[in-house]
Design a protein around this ligand. Structure first.
Ligand SMILES: Cc1cc2nc3c(=O)[nH]c(=O)nc-3n(C[C@H](O)[C@H](O)[C@H](O)COP(=O)(O)O)c2cc1C
Length: 334
């Protein structure tokens, strides 16, 4: 379907625009009027414009009666405002601040928002928001009936609980709310990291990170061992396992040779498997069966020995590779 924008009335254009430009971040803007009354209202025609200087914009329409919305009037009168980031849990309160309160009525009081002092501007921050940006009005550009307000960010407030090691905000803890069309909002779900190779959800990449940490620790432990020692240690364990297997086979053969067919079957297949038929077959042909097993054993042990040798060699290779990859690590010298 092709929709010609020229054929849309302003209301249609609004509903279409806000359903296709999604999701939008929400600026919960706090301002002060000339009498010092605090105002708060949400704006989702909101974007970051530049980083140096750090600038944002909001686009503010008019009230039903055609007069400027309080936010615009306040910003242009005082030159200052604060953009607070809306967290998931603030959704209902944020929506209530969009109601058309009379000028001079504070949304802080009406909705029960707590003001927090700002550092560089007079309008307060909204205390429950984990991120706030104090802004100075840079300019307003009139586009149609909307005033596009540009603001330079003077300082950022980030709650300690969401700061990453890089000094940025951790989205998973900030949990910002996005605006879709109409009454639809988008809480954060399945935060996903995407690069040229693909996409992984945060949960998956957390697992990858954990795995990487585990691998690094394992490598560090391996580096603490001499390669020969490592080969011997891992080799010994493998050899031990294989010898155990041999011993089991041998002891089961002894059981069979001693005529303890029940015990043999029990050992071989476990307690839940004891078919009368199999026991009877083994009893009937016990001598031939024992002979077959005894003949097979030397060949089996030869095979096992080959496996053991290969395992020892293989582990030695891993140890040598580690040493080549990390030749300067002091652990090798220790
Ligand atoms: C999530 C949300 C986003 C909004 N975005 C805008 C916007 O971008 N521009 C606008 O003019 N009004 C927007 N509004 C409506 C204003 O918040 C509303 O008109 C408010 O009463 C203005 O308050 P004020 O007169 O105190 O400035 C939005 C409302 C909601 C709930």
């Amino acid at each position: 379907m092709l929709i010609d924008a020229a054929g849309l009335d302003p209301t249609q254009a609004y509903f279409l625009m806000t359903s296709v430009v999604v999701p939008r971040p929400i600026a919960w803007v706090s301002t002060l009027d000339a009498a010092g009354v605090a105002n708060a209202a949400p704006f989702s025609y909101f974007q970051a414009l530049s980083s140096a200087p750090p600038m944002i914009m909001i686009s503010v329409g008019k009230k039903r009666d055609g007069s400027p919305k309080d936010t615009r009037a306040n910003i242009e009168a005082t030159g200052e405002f604060v953009v607070n980031v809306v967290g998931e849990s603030s959704g209902p309160r944020m929506v209530r601040t969009a109601e058309a309160f009379d000028a001079g009525v504070s949304e802080f009081d009406e909705v029960g928002l707590r003001p927090a002092p700002s550092a560089m501007v007079k309008p307060p921050r909204i205390e429950e928001c984990l991120v706030s940006m104090e802004c100075r009005h840079e300019r307003t550009i009139q586009i149609g009936k909307s005033g596009v307000i540009f603001g330079e960010i003077l300082c950022f407030h980030l709650a300690d609980s969401i700061i990453t090691e890089a000094g940025t905000a951790d989205a998973a803890r900030l949990r910002p709310l996005g605006r879709m069309g109409g009454k639809q909002y988008m809480p954060l779900r399945d935060l996903t990291e995407i690069d040229g190779a693909g996409a992984v959800t945060l949960a998956a990449s957390e697992s990858l990170r954990l795995w990487a940490r585990f691998r690094d620790r394992t490598v560090a432990m391996a580096r603490a061992l001499e390669p020969e020692h490592l080969a011997r240690k891992l080799g010994d364990e493998t050899v031990g396992g294989l010898l155990m297997h041999l011993a089991n086979t041998t002891s089961r053969l002894r059981l069979l040779a001693a005529g303890r067919v029940d015990d043999f079957v029990y050992t071989d297949y476990g307690p839940d498997w004891n078919s009368d038929r199999v026991v009877a077959e083994l009893e009937a042909d016990r001598d031939r069966f024992v002979q077959e097993m005894l003949t097979a054993l030397p060949a089996e042990s030869e095979r096992l020995e080959r496996v053991i040798r290969h395992e020892v060699w293989h582990q030695g290779q891993i140890a040598a590779t580690l040493r080549d990859d990390f030749p300067d690590n002091q652990l090798w010298r220790a």
